[in-house]
Design a protein around this ligand. Structure first.
Ligand code: 5GP
Length: 121
């Protein structure tokens, strides 16, 4: 993969250059609603560090960053009141998965019965 692009849309959101509908923020992560929701509730959680994708985050983030990030994912799901009904976590890595924004992020989808994951070509 290419080098991290500091002008990707989530980097701009993290810097406050473009707005987002914020759900939760702490020192490690920012959570906000997806601008084009694919489920009744569709949120994105992004780490504050400059990581292009899951592999980048998994291999380069510190243990404190990883722990903080996944705590923020948990916290966001709680704030969205998805615990009882259930929810899906998803992270796209690279072209074959259709990753659009090159800043690592986890999707949180819920708020109703979700369809099966599409896994075929
Ligand atoms: P990916 O395909 O990279 O896993 O997902 C990128 C997600 O970012 C998409 O679900 C898309 O709707 C969302 N997105 C793209 N641009 C913006 C934006 O400017 N604001 C917000 N809130 N979401 C965005």
């Amino acid at each position: 993969m290419n080098a991290y692009d500091p002008d990707n849309i989530f980097a701009k959101i993290l810097r406050g250059e473009i707005p987002c509908n914020k759900i939760y923020e702490d020192e490690h992560a920012l959570c906000f609603h997806d601008v084009a929701p694919q489920a009744p509730v569709h949120a994105l959680v992004v780490p504050k560090g400059a990581y292009r994708s899951f592999s980048d985050f998994a291999t380069k983030a510190s243990s404190a960053e990883r722990e903080g990030f996944f705590h923020a994912v948990y916290k966001c799901a709680q704030l969205l009141q998805l615990e009882t009904g259930g929810y899906r976590l998803l992270a796209n890595h690279g072209a074959d998965a259709g990753q659009e924004v090159s800043h690592f992020h986890v999707h949180i989808c819920g708020g109703g019965k979700l369809g099966k994951l599409v896994t075929s070509l």
